[in-house]
Ligand binder design. Structure first.
Ligand SMILES: Nc1ncnc2c1ncn2[C@@H]1O[C@H](COP(=O)(O)OP(=O)(O)OP(=O)(O)O)[C@@H](O)[C@H]1O
Ligand SMILES: Cc1ncc(CO)c(N)n1
Ligand SMILES: [Mg+2]
Length: 543
């Protein structure tokens, strides 16, 4: 058996002695050497994930086609495999060239995927020739799938032909009867029906009905390109009833790929097990959200830009005060502002933060126990704006939702909050996560869960936390000695005892976190400055 390198997310959490040689957080080399470990190995279970296969064309600008399908499925939590039918040279200006993949090679790709992978739903996009459609239909008959979503791509929004009228007959006669849903836009609906005008919601209804007669189980006529319509309206006919899906029309030029994204998002929801109706509802809501998020981004010089499927790009816009990665030395003087203390001294949260920064705090945590979420979020946003230009990380106590909403640098969580691993899954790999731990076992668990640092305490008794067990210097030392993460000491620390803590001189102890000794005082900046001097003196003693 030997060595296995694995991602911890696929395996049940191994015990700490199995972690030899930690390469970096998140990846561990596990040696299968003991019966216990062998048993653990057998307990490993595989998880089957929902899977969509897209059969479509590549868009070099990556706004539509295969690239949109991959991004949408990934954003919607579904695996996506790909069979490429054509390669387009395309950007935000238009389509400069199309190279059609041979029928044989489309067949080969289909066979590779379908003979190996168990997939749930097939979604089709650009099918540039009747031969390719025939090859696809043969494969679909040979390998059963749960659902088929057909987006009858013909003309790009720039007006360029992606699949000409030659395909119409084969599409209608061979592919449509196999489809669970087809999703033409208004122009495609018109082309499928011999050019009848489709310009109003009433036209969309009758087009949906006529296309349904061709054989698919459901027809969704999309109204993104409907003229003179303030809302974005799509019409579904399921053979019996009509449904209207309506959302606000987002004012943006970034709509390149909405059709592909809608169809692959419908496929993704069907793969997860949704009904057609709820799949459309969720997919449309997703398209609306990503368009809203992306409405002001600019990629390319053309008339119709792509959007951001993962709603992350704007977070990385370069600015003068970009976030920097966490450094354990940030823990040196960790200021925790407490809402009750601020109230007692008549300070706003942002004034407390400003004063702590002025005094030299190296990291700040907001602890809010009383205000409404909306008020807390507003104050936290202001604090993020104050901290970032100084390069001081800002963490939120307990409230992962608030940390995300204000784009704080991270969170600090306790033993009764959600596990670090869950917080990490929500927050992603970049955000800082600290966990309060009283024992080496808790510290180990925090490390396995993907935390960045440990807060250990209470070192001394404190009024800030009721019923908090004091671990003392001895408890702190034990945690520091065994922790694989940097540790910040917390609980009753101030100018009278900070030296005793820092001069413990144990590995991993990187600083002190302070509440009352900074904020339950007249001058926050003065107290912070004094404490920093004492910390620096005691670290000098150690050197
Ligand atoms: N500006 C917008 N705001 C909100 N929703 C929109 C907007 N434009 C399109 N949609 C929605 O996006 C989905 C795709 O619609 P559309 O009619 O644009 O498809 P398409 O023309 O095939 O797309 P593509 O531009 O990729 O070719 C539909 O659900 C539509 O209602
Ligand atoms: C490859 C490809 N497929 C679909 C569309 C429709 O948006 C496009 N523009 N390009
Ligand atoms: Mg469109």
């Amino acid at each position: 058996m030997g060595f296995h390198v694995c991602s911890q997310t696929l395996y049940s959490a191994p015990t700490h002695h199995q972690f030899i040689n930690s390469i970096s957080r998140g990846f561990h080399r596990i040696k299968v050497s003991s019966p216990r470990a062998m048993q653990q190995q057998e307990e490993v279970h595989t998880v089957r994930v929902p899977h969509v296969l897209t059969v479509a064309g590549s868009d070099s600008g990556a706004g539509a086609g295969i690239q949109a399908d991959l991004k949408a499925c990934s954003a919607r939590g579904v695996y996506c495999s790909t069979v490429i039918t054509a390669v387009t040279a395309q950007n935000t200006v238009g389509v400069q060239g199309v190279d059609i993949v041979t029928e044989d090679f489309v067949r080969e790709q289909l066979k590779s995927v379908l003979s190996d992978m168990r997939l749930d739903v097939v979604k089709t996009g650009m099918l540039p020739s009747p031969g390719i459609i025939k090859v696809l239909c043969q494969s679909l008959k040979e390998f059963q799938v749960r659902a088929l979503v057909v987006d009858p791509v013909m003309v790009s929004t720039s007006g360029d032909v992606l699949a000409g009228p030659l395909i119409l007959a084969t599409l209608r006669e061979e592919l449509f009867p196999l489809a669970d849903i087809v999703t033409p836009n208004v122009r495609e609906a018109s082309a499928l029906l011999g050019g009848i005008p489709v310009e109003t919601v009433a036209d969309m209804r009758s087009a949906a009905k006529s296309i349904h007669d061709i054989g698919p189980r459901n027809v969704l006529v999309k109204g993104g390109d409907l003229p003179a319509s303030s809302d974005a309206i799509d019409v579904l006919f399921d053979g019996k009833d009509f449904y209207e899906f309506r959302s606000a029309r987002i004012k943006t030029v970034n709509t390149h790929g909405t059709g592909c994204t809608l169809a692959s998002s419908i496929a993704a929801e069907l793969a997860k097990g949704s009904s057609v109706l709820s799949a459309i509802k969720i997919a449309k809501r997703y398209v609306e959200s990503v368009l809203g998020y992306s409405k002001d981004i600019r990629i390319g010089e053309g008339q119709q830009g792509p959007f951001d499927h993962s709603m992350k790009l704007k977070n990385n816009t370069p600015n003068l005060c970009a976030r920097r990665p966490f450094d354990p030395s940030d823990l040196l003087l960790y200021a925790v502002t407490d809402s009750r203390m601020n109230k007692k001294w008549g300070r706003s949260m942002s004034d407390a933060v400003k004063a702590a920064i002025e005094g030299g705090a190296t990291i700040i945590q907001l602890r809010e126990k009383d205000s409404d979420t909306g008020d807390f979020l507003k104050a936290a946003k202001t604090c993020v704006e104050i901290c970032r230009p100084h390069g001081i990380p800002l963490l939120i106590n307990d409230r992962i939702d608030v940390a995300l909403a204000c784009d704080a640098d991270g969170v600090h969580i306790g033993q009764s909050d959600m596990p670090a691993q869950t917080a990490r899954a929500i927050l992603g790999p970049e955000k800082i996560i600290g966990v309060s731990c009283k024992t080496p076992e808790q510290a180990e668990k925090a490390w396995i869960g993907g935390a960045d640092y440990i807060g250990c305490g209470g070192v001394y008794p404190t009024n800030t936390k009721e019923n908090n067990v004091t671990v003392g210097l001895e408890g702190l030392r034990r945690v520091c000695l065994e922790s694989k993460l940097p540790v910040v000491a917390i609980g009753g620390i101030g100018s009278s005892n900070v030296k005793h803590v820092m001069e413990l001189g144990v590995p991993n102890l990187r600083g002190v976190a302070v509440v009352s000794a900074l904020f339950d005082r007249e001058s926050v900046s003065g107290e912070t400055r004094n404490l920093m001097t004492l910390i620096k003196d005691s670290t000098k003693v150690l050197k």
